[in-house]
Design a protein around this ligand. Structure first.
Ligand SMILES: C[S@@+](CC[C@H](N)C(=O)[O-])C[C@H]1O[C@@H](n2cnc3c(N)ncnc32)[C@H](O)[C@@H]1O
Length: 322
């Protein structure tokens, strides 16, 4: 039976943002100019056509544009435009809605202010989401993952290799296994082809082995790895998050370290995901899960608005989950 985690459908709402943008663009173009208060003004008529056109074109770009802008010679982590541009479209729609409220129902001005603030919030979310696509944007916190400097490191949920490449470049003495199911809908083609291309471009193909599989049932012997990392992947496992952490524990050698990076509720995630950000697992809950499994917490903190834990498997740990 195929183990199904929340990963493949987890970001389908980003496509909804694109479709909502299309619908909003059409409404703005067709309906808004017919409002009496607006038709008397050529300025507003033209203005709303402009906003509607921007939303329409932006949505088209987000939904079908990527195939026309392949970049063969630079690292590309494959985030689909619905993800990197979704919050921008939301910002444009919210701003247009604020203007509509202000013009059509001036006595509702507090609503217009709230919509404007939400638009600014979504624009900040766009900047945060878009930065994840940049190959020069640090995807990892500065921690001592592999004190010996040499060894085999697992990257669980590697996607198109953003984290694997960061680790491999930071730890010249390490070899890596880049592991994923390669079926996410928010990375172009699931990520495998892009991962291969990125490793080639980064000169890392001989140090990083690619393996396919599920994070909740890792196809590795107990105590196979000197260290492990998993960035923005175990938090995609829905109800199987703790199972994913236990698997990391199982395949880690005693004395090994595991860097976990996840989204957690906070200002950055509120900007990106608005109310949905409150459903994210908190840093405190991740700590509780990690300790329950037997990890000790070596370091912890936030960076880029994300939460990280550097976890250690005690050197004298029995392999309890063998
Ligand atoms: C948001 S991406 C992160 C990719 C990469 N770690 C990074 O930071 O750029 C999450 C990745 O986790 C993978 N993933 C999610 N659930 C998985 C599972 N149950 N087994 C294996 N991979 C999974 C997805 O396929 C996706 O590539």
């Amino acid at each position: 039976m195929k183990i199904h985690s929340a990963a493949s459908g987890a970001h389908s709402h980003m496509w909804l943002v694109g479709v909502a943008g299309l619908a909003a663009g059409l409404v703005l173009m067709a309906y808004i100019p017919s409002l009496e208060a607006i038709t008397h003004s050529l300025f507003w008529f033209a203005g709303f056509h402009l906003v509607g056109g921007i939303v329409l074109l932006g949505s088209l770009y987000a939904t079908i544009g990527r195939r026309f802008r392949q970049r063969p010679n630079i690292l590309d982590f494959g985030w689909v435009p619905a993800w990197t541009l979704g919050p921008l479209l939301a910002a444009v729609v919210l701003l247009a809605a604020a203007v509509v409220v202000q013009i059509a129902a001036p006595s509702w001005w507090p609503g217009a202010i709230v919509l404007t603030l939400l638009a600014a919030n979504s624009f900040a979310g766009h900047l945060a989401a878009a930065s994840t696509a940049r190959p020069d944007h640090a995807p990892l916190p500065m921690v001592d993952l592999l004190p010996a400097g040499r060894g085999l490191v697992l990257d669980g949920g590697c996607g198109a290799g953003r984290t694997s490449i960061g680790v491999a470049r930071g730890l010249a003495g390490a070899s890596l296994v880049a592991f994923d199911r390669f079926d996410s809908d928010y990375i172009e083609g699931g990520g495998r082809a892009l991962l291969e291309k990125n490793l080639r471009l980064g000169g890392l193909a001989d140090r990083v082995r690619i393996q396919h599989g599920d994070l909740t049932a890792l196809p590795f012997e107990n105590a196979s790895f000197d260290a492990a990392v998993s960035a923005h992947a175990i938090d995609h496992l829905g109800g199987a998050k703790e199972a994913g952490l236990r698997e990391m524990w199982r395949v880690l050698k005693p004395g090994g370290r595991f860097l976990l990076v996840v989204w957690a509720p906070g200002w950055t995630m509120f900007a990106v995901a608005n109310l949905m950000s409150f459903a994210l697992t908190t840093g405190a809950d991740w700590r509780v899960m990690a300790r329950r499994i037997g990890f000790e917490i070596i370091d912890e903190g936030t960076f880029n608005g994300h939460c990280f834990l550097l976890l250690g498997k005690p050197a004298d740990a029995e392999n309890r989950h063998a």
